[in-house]
Design a protein around this ligand. Sequence first.
Ligand code: PMP
Ligand code: GLN
Length: 387
Amino acid sequence: MKATNAALGSFGTTIFTVMSALAVEHGAINLGQGFPDEDGPEPVRRAAAEAILAGPNQYPPMPGLPILRQAVARHAQRFYDLAVDWQTEVLVTSGATEALADCFFGLIEPGDEVVLIEPLYDAYLPLVLRAGGVPRLVRMTPPEWALPVAALEAAFSPRTKLLVLNSPNNPSGKVFSADELSFIAELAQRWDAYVVCDEVYEHLVFEGLRHIPLMTLPGMRERCVRIASAGKAFSLTGWKVGMITAPPPLLSAIAKAHQFTTFTTVPALQIAVATGLGLDDGYFSGLARALEAKRDRLSRGLEAAGLPVLPAQGTYFLTVDVGATGFNGTDEAFCRTITQAAGVAAVPVSAFYADTPPTGFARFCFCKRDEVLDEASRRLGRYFGRA
Ligand code: PMP
Ligand code: GLN
């Protein structure tokens, strides 16, 4: 048999699939893979259902339906005071994951260097490698998740094509500060690099913090690509509708990758997501408030069970300091053990690092019904002898 592609072949099954399967096998509460257990707004789902019946159901335009691209532009103006030309600067994709692939395949030339900040979402590294990029990894580590500014600066060179920035960050829950964003913007400009901004958790920011797209910083409008996900904004992760905003020269390069992969995205879902983006401000602030309350509920429950929790300012996730629980083993062993023995699944943070990861931290997802969070805490409390 001839060899299959080595860049992808060197990666195993994604941790989200592995832990979800283990959770099913053991009947565990799944706080591993990040998905809400309640579907998003009824008007958005109704719009999809009606559009399936009424049509259109044939190929929509390659860049996306005008109604959704216009809604993306209006949303950028409303939330970020960002002027976007819906015709030349917006592309609809089948999920943020496709958007990431389109960006890497459309922008990277083999041999280009790509700066990646660990912990990193699991799709980045395989896709960058498959695109022929040469990763330059810089790491943030728990418990502080501080941006290592000297290492980041040293990672840039004339060969740097782009940096990937994920804020709010999965799995850490870190929201990059205005100073950190300015530092990154300065480096990108100094080295004439693009920045692919994975902003799928843009509406899941807590404690009155504000999400700042890097694209809105001075000098960054022409070199940033912004990626959004309807799955996260509307608690409909299975829909896989992503939205890219980028200046025209970058967007047309990225659209080449899109047109030769998925070409387009389910029209009914595009219509429904346009409805969602038009929901009033109360919907979006209510989503953040509800998630913040769930973060606090699970934090209290885990702490009461003897699992110390690190601060998280956004996303669906919080991190537990496994070492401080007295568990004697890696984070992966911890996640497997609690799935099997306590009936609660989590995801090891080490899965978000390429090599020699920190091994003492686990990620718990809190976008679940209150009673599910409470039951997970009770089970962990019983297992760790606190209940
Ligand atoms: N980026 C990050 C940081 C994520 O956590 C996720 C998870 N869903 C994605 C991208 C992919 O989003 P989508 O489901 O829209 O492909
Ligand atoms: N983004 C989700 C997470 O971090 C999972 C997405 C997936 O399963 N591929 O849990």
